[in-house]
Ligand binder design. Structure first.
Ligand code: FE
Ligand code: FE
Ligand code: ZN
Length: 292
């Protein structure tokens, strides 16, 4: 089982991220190269990077399973303001070179939001932008499957396929998100059916990361509100079945479940619960107790 959560990337950069992942008993993790809401980024510190790599090796974290996530505010779908579109393209180019310096193989990207453009134009904009960004031998961008909140692109398999078909490089993949898929209308209780459809349209080998989240909302509500594992619409057994599905066995699983009371990271306890294979109805209370 390759499992971790999103972690911080602060003053200690990747070294701090690795230390946090170890606290959670994880063997991988996902990080943003700065705050997810903005594009202010610091230079990569070489000493900290060396320390991070040493710690990954000594603690059994394989860097090829570590995932970067691009900030939410880059939007490749909308080019009504050419300046903003170009900014997003340039930012992602820089993000890719940061990943290259760090030795990170994969970077997850929200495809973008159409905001006022017809969907076909928005999807074409995303592919056009990706064609300017992707390098065949660089880190791979993974398009995340979205809930379809507002005018989000990538809300179904067909939209993801259209984007991929218009990207000339094969150095591109997909990141599934179980909360988003539920909210988009794909029943995760029948995950094999979804994987079959995915395989027919896109090819299962394109999946390189899975965000493991429960959902606060019912199937097809297009809301995108994550819930702690086992406490939402999907439920523990459905999520465990997805994690243990042999077809995606070697794909890194990343938790992005909400902090308890906006303060306490739930990942150590959630990962323990997943590894135990048994739902713990007292999990939330135990997390609060742990941080007291
Ligand atoms: Fe995401
Ligand atoms: Fe996600
Ligand atoms: Zn989400």
């Amino acid at each position: 089982m390759i499992i971790g959560s999103h972690v911080k990337f602060n003053k200690e950069q990747l070294f701090g991220s690795v230390k946090e992942a170890i606290l959670y008993g994880a063997n991988t993790f996902m990080f943003y190269t700065g705050a997810p809401q903005n594009t202010i980024r610091k230079e990569i510190d070489n000493d900290l990077l060396l320390k991070a790599k040493e710690l990954m090796i000594s603690s059994g974290i394989d860097i090829k399973n570590v995932i970067c996530h691009a900030p939410y505010i880059v939007n490749l779908a909308n080019n009504i303001s050419d300046e903003k579109w170009q900014f997003s393209i340039n930012f992602l180019k820089q993000e890719l070179s940061r990943c290259e310096i760090l030795g990170i193989k994969y970077i997850v990207l929200h495809p973008g939001s159409a905001v006022g453009l017809p969907i076909d134009v928005a999807l074409k904009n995303i592919s056009d932008a990706l064609n300017l960004i992707i390098k065949d031998d660089g880190p791979m961008i993974l398009l995340e499957t979205m809930a379809g909140k507002g005018s989000e692109c990538g809300r179904n398999l067909e939209e993801i396929k259209i984007i991929l078909d218009n990207v000339s490089s094969s150095n591109i993949g997909v990141c599934l998100d179980t909360c988003h898929l539920n909210d988009a209308g794909y029943d995760m209780k029948d995950f094999n059916k979804y994987l079959d459809e995915f395989d027919k349209l896109i090819g299962i080998s394109k999946i390189h990361c899975i965000h493991i989240n429960d959902s606060k909302n019912e199937l097809g509500t297009h809301k995108d509100r994550h819930e702690n594992i086992g406490f939402g619409t999907l439920g523990f057994d459905t999520i465990l079945d997805i994690i243990n599905n042999p077809k995606i066995k070697d794909v890194p699983k990343i938790l992005e479940t909400p902090y308890i009371d906006r303060e306490y990271a739930p990942y150590k306890q959630e990962i323990e619960m997943i590894k135990s294979g048994k739902f713990n109805p007292n999990l939330i209370e135990e997390i609060k107790e742990y941080y007291k």
